[in-house]
Design a protein around this ligand. Sequence first.
Ligand code: HEM
Length: 171
Amino acid sequence: MEARLIILITLCVGLTACGDDVSVEPVTASGSALCVADFEQCVNPVFDAVITASGGQATCAGSGCHDVNAGSGGAFKVFPQAEPGSPEMMSNFFAAKGFANLNDPDQSKLLLEPLRGVFAISGTHTGGDIFPNTADACYGVIHDWISIRVEDSNASSCGFCTPVDVSTCGF
Ligand code: HEM
């Protein structure tokens, strides 16, 4: 009996001590959604921007590129000049998310296709090199969007991005 009591007391003392300095591990987002607000504010403007690419001025949502109505940009199709909150903007959101690798953002075709270089999963990009390297501000804002996973695409934790000055993007 006495032995058990000692063990019990020791356990209580131990637990109390643990309680005090247990550090709370940051919860890593493991959701399967991405933020709509940050897409509208920071990513979609990159698709509409006129960027100096390796082959001259280029617009991702331009006709002949990824314009849903007049593009030849593979399966990645977006509506140019989509209005915030519109069905067109949501269509762009899902189109972009379809080329995002949430488990390994660096390996997203949405990033690798326009990035200078030839990569295993994307090969060459008919649209040319849009982002000279991973330090490019437009590359960065898309990478940040893909890296922040949420449970709900309208979660209160959304709204983290800062729009980039797209004139600083490209070559
Ligand atoms: C930031 C801008 C851009 C992004 C994010 C982007 C992204 C992509 C993605 C994800 C694909 C693969 C689609 C698939 O696998 O079906 C792709 C392919 C393609 N893109 Fe772009 N692109 C951009 C700019 C452009 C521009 C400016 C043009 C036109 C001058 C263009 C023309 C094409 C074409 C023709 C393809 C299909 C052939 C291929 O896979 O290379 N893209 N792009």
